[in-house]
Ligand binder design. Structure first.
Ligand code: XMP
Length: 323
């Protein structure tokens, strides 16, 4: 009989037997899968686990703090945070092509992660033999059920590792679906913001700025995104919609009027969608009053933004993200 308590006990037991007195590493992305996988392994082997969180500077408002503070407080996990914002911004300078952005972010991510990993391996202590991955049942099925390597679509492989990886994998969520993972996370006492986080792409806000990614633009988009999320949560809609990308059209300007003055600012796009698996999606029919509040607040509170537009395209033909 399936209960979260049974799943946790079973996995804790299995992980302890598997790891013995060796050490394990886990990359945290801020998402629910890696967080729950890490929390389970932490429960099993405590300080024999070290987590790594690469702060690429492309996260939304508050998300890095959620990992650094709330997740650590909830689990007691040993965490190594690498502040790599500068490095990512430098690598992204002048780049506007979406696939180019993905490639650069993925490449830098792996380099930074590998360096952190090397430092952990060099520490005093037992050999680091294991790598924890938040692979879910649907990932296993999609990739033909193979074991032993990172089974994530290359498109989505920003947190992934190169082919020649020498670690043995610990994948404590391999038999679980997303909703079950959330239940386990809840039972393990993880913060709600992490357990119920909507899907968020590995390249983060880097692919939600149409145009070049700069610190200034990221800050602006973070503000707009935070307002949209706040209002959707206040309206009780955040768990109904699949996700709501908020996109900055950095290379577009339109004329506006605020106070007595003419403005020439950027549009923000709201892209709320409903979906089962992200393969197809429909645009969400959000209540007009919620949309109105988001629009008013963003244009009032976010500098350089004078227009908010709603994306009413399904997938297909539009993808969920704009890039
Ligand atoms: P699209 O835009 O292809 O997105 O309809 C489908 C789902 O995948 C997410 N997405 C990504 N996730 N790395 C990721 O980890 C990426 O490069 C990436 N691109 C899109 C998107 O947020 C949606 O949930």
């Amino acid at each position: 009989n399936w209960t979260t308590g049974n799943v946790i006990d079973e996995q804790v037991q299995a992980i302890r037997e598997m790891v013995g007195d060796k050490r394990a590493i886990c990359g945290l992305s801020g998402g629910v899968d890696s967080a729950v996988a890490a929390a389970l392994v932490q429960k099993a082997i405590g300080d024999q686990l070290t987590c790594v969180y690469v702060d690429h500077g492309l996260m939304r408002k508050g998300e890095t703090e959620q990992v650094e503070k709330d997740f650590v407080a909830a689990t007691g996990v040993q965490l190594k945070v690498v502040d790599a914002e500068e490095r990512f911004l430098t690598a992204l300078k002048g780049v506007t092509d979406p696939e180019e952005k993905r490639k650069i972010i993925g490449r830098e991510f792996i380099r930074v992660f590998e360096q952190a990993q090397a430092e952990i391996i060099a520490d005093e202590g037992p050999a680091v033999e294991f790598l924890v991955q938040g692979t879910l049942y649907p990932d296993v099925v999609e990739s033909g059920g193979g074991t032993g390597t990172a089974n994530i679509k290359s498109h989505h492989n920003v947190g992934g590792l190169p082919e020649d990886l020498e670690f043995k994998l610990i994948e404590p969520l391999r038999k679980l679906f997303k909703d079950e993972v959330r239940m386990v996370g809840q039972e393990l006492g993880l913060p709600d913001e992490i357990v119920h986080r909507q899907p968020f792409p590995g390249p983060g806000l880097g692919i939600r700025i149409v145009g070049e990614v700069t610190k200034d633009r990221l800050d602006l988009l973070r503000e707009a995104d935070a307002i949209a999320r706040e209002e959707l949560t206040a309206a009780g809609l955040d768990r109904d919609i699949w996700q709501c990308p908020v996109v900055l059209l950095a290379d577009v300007r339109s004329v506006g009027v605020q106070g007595d003055g003419r403005t020439y600012g950027h549009p923000i796009v709201l892209r709320p969608v409903s979906s089962e698996d992200a393969m197809t999606a429909d645009w969400s029919r959000l209540p007009y009053d919620v949309l109105a509040r988001i629009s008013t607040r963003i244009t009032n509170e976010v500098r350089d933004v004078n227009r908010v537009v709603l994306d009413v395209t399904s997938k297909p033909p539009g993808t969920i993200e704009w890039e």
